[in-house]
Design a binder for this molecule. Structure first.
Ligand code: NDP
Length: 336
């Protein structure tokens, strides 16, 4: 059963719960907005369902709930931010304006975030830049739960990549995908529901291909999507997020000494491009993206990436529907 609420009601409730657990008002505001937006947009694996992870990880002492990110302007097109062991979204919010100024001036700018955590849907980190007319690419690595092709143990995180480009008509084109066969949260959901996953979703603890969520979660690992091709994307993300910014590779992250930790302390890299520097004399990039999408639809593509999310957002607008049990548990956490 679903409860129909306003976004404000949900964000206020989440904020209350997060602040009680030890997050600062400013940090809770960003995380609450992020979770509620993902939930409203139909990205439920990174919506309100994640609140318990946000609570567990701060209670474990692994993450800083009141971070003060510091930005270093290291080159005309390069901004390096130390997230102060807080969530990457807080660091990005603090650096977004400076990043866009740099991209406008130089045509391209890189934001390299280190000492950061990420539990959210990545599209929210790029959509904001495309809404301002930029092309943006974001990459995050995490904790090792994904095996390389023919490997018997995990090395990669689920390592998502999100891309956004402006469209002439309507909201930006956005895609956001893990480089694993599926997000780890979805394997947990399947295990809870007693559902089998497609064959070859992952491997068991002996390295045999499996569709059993329990085998994947208990000593096994996820596989990369598209075999060696997805694996190379996961590899690139490790290099650009951890190697480049001075953060840990996913296989170096360990929670062994921090029971309860649920977020990986790693890095995030965002590349922002000003498309006006690419072709000042012809149609805008937004117009060209429209033409390309038109060609895809003419060719028969039934669903453009981001469609489901935009439809959910447009249908619900300022409202959000939350499972009754989840809302009740949030309300009791806020009242406790
Ligand atoms: P999905 O496989 O559900 O979707 C990936 C992308 O493909 C989306 O942009 C989606 O658009 C699009 N898409 C899905 N189906 C189709 C289709 N039939 N035709 C065309 N496009 C389609 O996502 P994942 O399971 O890979 O990832 C889920 C979420 O988990 C992401 O938001 C990701 O950022 C997040 N994540 C976060 C991590 C972290 O460390 N913070 C780690 C791993 C994942 P649409 O949005 O419209 O469905």
């Amino acid at each position: 059963m679903l409860v129909d609420l306003t976004m404000k009601q949900v964000v206020d409730m989440l904020k209350k719960v997060l602040v009680k657990a030890g997050y600062s008002e400013a940090c809770a505001e960003i995380l609450a907005g992020n979770c509620a937006t993902a939930h409203r947009d139909g990205s439920e694996s990174h919506g309100l369902f994640r609140v318990n992870d946000y609570l567990a990880t701060i209670r474990s002492g692994y993450v800083n709930g009141d971070p003060k990110p510091t930005a270093l302007d290291v080159a005309p097109g390069f901004l390096r931010v130390d997230a102060d062991n807080g969530f990457a979204q807080v660091a990005i919010a603090s650096a977004a304006e400076a990043l866009m100024r740099k991209a406008k001036k130089n045509g391209i700018a890189v934001l390299a975030v280190r000492n950061s955590h990420h539990l959210g849907a990545l599209y929210l980190d790029v959509e904001r830049f495309a809404e301002q007319g930029f092309v943006a690419l974001a990459l995050v690595n995490s904790i090792a739960v994904v095996a390389p092709p023919s490997g018997k143990s995990p090395v990669y995180g689920t390592n998502p990549l999100a891309f956004a480009a402006p469209r002439a008509k309507g909201p930006p084109l956005v895609f956001d995908q893990a480089s694993s066969t599926m997000a780890h949260g979805d394997v947990q959901v399947a295990a809870r529901q007693g559902r089998l996953l497609p064959d070859n979703t992952g491997i068991d603890n002996k390295g045999n291909p499996t569709g059993s969520p329990h085998a994947i979660l208990n000593g096994g690992a996820l596989s990369t999507f598209g075999g060696h091709k997805g694996a190379s994307i996961a590899l690139m993300i490790e290099i650009l997020c951890a190697g480049l910014v001075g953060a840990d590779f996913s296989y170096e992250v360990s929670w062994a000494e921090t029971p309860g930790a649920r977020t990986a302390r790693t890095g995030e890299t965002i590349i922002v491009i000003d498309p006006r520097k690419g072709a000042e004399d012809g149609p805008s990039l937004g117009q060209r993206v429209e033409e390309l999408i038109g060609a895809l639809i003419t060719a028969g593509q039934a669903r453009i990436p981001g469609d489901r999310r935009i439809q959910s957002r447009e249908a619900l607008g300022n409202r959000i529907q939350v499972e009754k049990d989840l809302w009740q548990s949030l309300s009791s956490l806020a009242a406790a």
